[in-house]
Ligand binder design. Structure first.
Ligand code: SF4
Length: 140
């Protein structure tokens, strides 16, 4: 399968606008290891973390959202992530999710929303291929 970025790579540099962290309904899955890391960061038990910050939606456990669909961990005014240091892989890897890297329409769709895409730092094809091969990213 040939992908549109295989020769040129892709540019991305987060502008920290917080748009990808809310504004519309979404799902953020959190692995067991990530739940443990976030709980430790917040100094609470994993059970308390799940009860307080997660909810079951469409059959999967996801981070809760505010009424305006912002992620529960986004600080409203600064738009900064309250668990940035231990944020889940899904957040860490955006926009280089396999579902986006394999689909130019998906890339273009997100690029219309994300001011960081198609500019800034160049991610070479070799690195993008590594993202695609990450076993833990296959669900994204
Ligand atoms: S929408 Fe793009 S630029 Fe804005 S915070 Fe998310 S990744 Fe960064």
């Amino acid at each position: 399968m040939s992908l549109w970025w295989e020769k040129s790579g892709l540019r991305f540099e987060c502008a920290a606008c917080g748009r990808c962290c809310g504004g519309e309904p979404g799902t953020v899955t959190v692995t067991e290891a990530e739940r443990a890391a976030i709980s430790a960061e917040l100094n609470i038990s994993i059970d308390t973390f799940e009860d307080t910050y997660m909810v079951r939606k469409d059959g999967v456990m996801t981070l809760r959202e505010e009424e305006n669909y912002d992620c529960i961990f986004i600080e409203r005014n600064s738009k900064r992530c309250g668990i940035y240091r231990v944020r889940p892989l899904q957040c860490r890897l955006f926009p280089f999710w396999p579902s986006v890297l394999k689909n130019k329409d998906a890339w273009d769709f997100y690029a219309a929303l994300c001011p960081g895409m198609n500019k800034g730092k160049l991610y070479p094809p070799e690195l993008l291929k590594k993202f695609l091969e990450l076993p833990s990213a296959r669900r994204l």
